[in-house]
Ligand binder design. Sequence first.
Ligand SMILES: Cc1ncc(COP(=O)(O)O)c(C=O)c1O
Length: 414
Amino acid sequence: MKLYDFTKSYQLFEEAKHYVPNGIYGPRTPAFLTYGSYPAFIKRGDGCRIWDVDGNEYIDYMCSFGTNLLGLRNPKVEEAARKQQENADCFTLPSDLWVPLAKKMVETVDGGDWCVFGKNGSDVTSYAITVARVFTGKTEILLANGSYHGSHFWCQPHGEGVPPEWKTHVQYFNYNDAADLTRLVNENKGKVAAVIVTPHCHDAMKDQALPKKEFVDAINSLAKSEEFVVIVDDIRCGFRLQIEGSSAHYGYNADLQCFGKAMANGYPIAVAMGKKELKSSAEKIFFTGTHFFSGVPFAAALATIEEIRASGAIQKIHAMGTKLMNGLKDAASANGVTVNLSGPPAMPYMTFANDPGFEINRYFCGEAARRGIFFHPHHNWFICAAMKDEDINKTIDIAGECFTLVKGKFGGGK
Ligand SMILES: Cc1ncc(COP(=O)(O)O)c(C=O)c1O
């Protein structure tokens, strides 16, 4: 097999550095992948496939960092977006899809009685902690070490240029550790406004972990006894595990829930939803953005949510993810390589034994990318409903070749 060449990608990346700090910022930089073995820029996509600027084709297991749930260019979603676009997108006032989407969200998500719309996940997680503070009249926000809730100052993992006092009133416990959470709540008695958690632990550079029942129970019962708000940050998992939301899936009694990424299959929109008890607090908060109100993403979100249900997308994603996880496990073991597959099948992740610095993972994923499979060495992957048996079979065949290379270069692990 001829390995991919990325000449144009890296020429463009060098050029980008003249005009943009670091060329590409955030986790999309080639530096967060396997430098030299991945493209830097994508030209087009369709279904579960993307093509880079050098013309190389990939089966994409990053699914646009989770926004692609139904497949790129899904006909139902594109048709709805196109219809709205004919009426124009961004108006002086909200479009007439404002109420239909608010209604659809409330009817769809368990425990969501009202909603507000933003553009990005960070908009609505920041909004949710603000509602919690207004509702409880308390200040402290508790979150798990290593969990990502967005790029805003209060929670961003990199603090350059952020005065420490802008991160005060934010405190950390260990995910899945009910005792540690209880300790932190007790240390802040009477001051906790909210605990914000991801539905399961999907932190970068870690095996994923499903939430332990005792952890979920502790959050639910402490919230009741200590009178704080439970915020479930469903930005990454939302609509991949269960249409009613991941809070329902894992048993959180969420007061506030945040969705974004997949809810419009790639069109920019995010939503915070709350229980009715919090609505009057929500009404006191200043929340806006020029593009929050544009109509096309609303049309796309309505079509996406309808299509997820109508097409059985969640079941398909589960089936394809299960096949991928089993196939990778078998291919690794056939090559004498020890791997760990973690997370729900809708968003799996794989690590290698004895690979604390992720060197083996970067090598494996880089070799896979050079053969047309886009995994990520540091971040959980995603399955979309456009993936078919033959895509998974091809992926497992190529992964098998890459496991052989890993075995030759690093040995098999434990
Ligand atoms: C769990 C979680 N919360 C919040 C965010 C922030 O969302 P956005 O990048 O759309 O601001 C992300 C993004 O990856 C996320 O995964």
